[in-house]
Design a protein around this ligand. Structure first.
Ligand code: GAP
Length: 457
């Protein structure tokens, strides 16, 4: 086997494809956009949903020791005092006295403004939480915060989950949802934004077993990205040094990805110890300890937290899937997205707009869309239609030609190899299902035959 080497794509190409094909647009674009906020378009919303669904499937649906939760974005303000966010969720900020741009002082070199070389103010700590007011009165007593992480909703519901599910340690809670941070420096497309989504797990374990579970989750989460198609060479683990650890963490390792701007955090796995349950028990006055039926002990569990960003995962999957391949005199742009993530699973392409061919194609389209997101495209040459689907990562194209009217067969084309097979329409749904779940395209269904080259239809 040849060894993989890390590969980096150009960010402009990803941004351009995302805008051109309707994956991601700047937020409120007609007003000039809103800094570091993004809208997911018709294809982006499907890709993002598929990423979240693949995560949920792996960490909740297919496991006995996990349950899900969906907690509110606004939480009791005491939550943020207990969690340490009110006091400690800050970045050091400096402002240029000439151009008034703001910078994170730990991210710039020297003591002048990186933009205009102007003089900078003294560094001060800037809290990253967004404040708003609850109810009709804007006063100190009604201040609430947009959550900066989904995690706290799971800690404060620990006893509710324990009481209603009868789960015993070790077990975990999973949640997907929006988080908001008033980041000082943003950029790199959807990598760092002020409104984003997280996929977080809080896994509760008996103290003393935390080291084992920390390693388990690190490996489990790394493998998730690889199983969904990210090249191993583009991922690595980075252990946090002691001085770098967040206030709640006993240990933390990042899963870094080789993004277009370089290696950067895709997901963090932290050992939070009992910090959160101690804090919430103390600030709420409610007992949050766990009773072990075997040892008859009461104790506060330790928590292992794998915390991933949905948007960063979307960006990593897009970057990793992007390819430009020589194709005769042209370049074929394609996304080698894993079928589970591809926004559209199958494109139905009638070779002509004439009846009765269209009726057959429409029937196939109507049948397949009961199961998956399907697109129907009858505009321009078949070659151009294939290229359009390649560029958005559609794994399979089904072509209906005049021969289909006689033999009730259609051609199915594989995005990555461009190989084609011809098979009976009656076998199509079952075949697509098998192929989407990873079966070799050249295991022929009953009555199928291999078509060798693109353009045979
Ligand atoms: N509960 C722990 C926690 O929130 P974090 O490292 O601050 O940890 C976890 O965030 C993940 O959330 C990151 O690895 C990243 O994928 C994502 N994330 C954090 N800040 C983000 C931002 N401003 N924009 C996009 N994603 C972000």
């Amino acid at each position: 086997m040849t060894e993989e080497i890390p590969t980096k794509v150009n960010m402009e190409k990803i941004v351009s494809l995302c805008q051109r094909r309707g994956f991601i647009f700047p937020s409120s674009e007609i007003y000039g956009g809103l800094s570091s906020c993004w809208d997911y378009g018709p294809l982006g919303v499907e890709l993002k949903r598929n990423v979240k669904e693949a995560w949920w499937r792996a960490v909740v649906q297919e496991r006995d020791d996990m349950v899900g939760l969906d907690t509110s974005i606004l939480m009791h303000p005491k939550t943020w005092a207990a969690s340490g966010h009110l006091e400690g969720f800050t970045d050091p900020l400096v402002e240029c006295k000439s151009c008034h741009l703001r910078w994170r002082s730990d991210e710039i070199e020297g003591d002048r403004c990186p933009s205009c070389s102007g003089e900078l103010t003294e560094s001060r700590l800037f809290n990253l939480m967004f404040k708003t007011f609850m109810g009709p009165v804007e006063e100190e007593a009604s201040i609430v915060y947009l959550r900066p992480e989904t995690a706290q909703g799971m800690f404060v519901n620990f006893q509710n989950v324990l009481n209603t599910t009868r789960k015993r340690l070790p077990f975990g809670i999973a949640q997907v949802g929006k988080a908001f941070r008033n980041e000082i420096t943003t950029g790199n497309f959807i990598f760092r934004s002020r409104e984003f989504e997280q996929m977080e797990i809080e896994f509760f374990v008996k103290p003393g077993t935390d080291g084992k579970w920390f390693n388990y989750w690190l490996e489990e989460r790394l493998n998730w990205y690889v199983k969904l198609g990210i090249k191993k060479a583009n991922l690595h683990l980075r252990e946090h040094a002691k001085g770098e650890l967040a206030h709640y963490a006993r240990a933390c390792s990042d899963i870094d990805y080789l993004f277009p701007m370089g290696w950067a955090e895709l997901e963090g796995v932290a050992n939070r110890g009992d910090f959160d349950l101690v804090q919430h028990a103390s600030f709420s006055g409610k007992g949050l300890d766990y009773f072990d039926d075997d040892t008859k002990e009461h104790f506060l569990p330790y928590i292992i937290e794998p915390s991933a960003g949905v948007d960063r995962s979307v960006l990593a999957f897009l970057c990793d899937a992007y390819a430009e391949e020589p194709d005769k005199e042209e370049i074929r742009v394609l996304l080698h997205l894993h079928p589970a993530l591809a926004p559209i699973k199958v494109a139905v392409l009638p070779l002509s707009r004439r009846e009765p061919l269209v009726a057959v194609a429409k029937d196939i389209y109507a049948d397949l869309r009961q199961c998956w997101m399907i697109s129907y495209d009858d505009a321009q040459s078949i070659g151009r239609r294939y290229r359009r689907q390649d560029e958005i990562g559609t794994p399979f194209c089904v072509t209906i030609d005049f021969q289909s009217l006689e033999d009730n067969q259609v051609t199915i084309r594989d995005r990555d190899t461009m190989n084609q097979i011809r098979l009976p329409i009656a076998e199509l749904k079952r075949t697509v299902e098998a192929k989407l779940s990873g079966e070799d395209l050249f295991v022929l269904p009953p009555g199928g035959q291999i078509w060798k080259e693109e353009g045979n239809v």
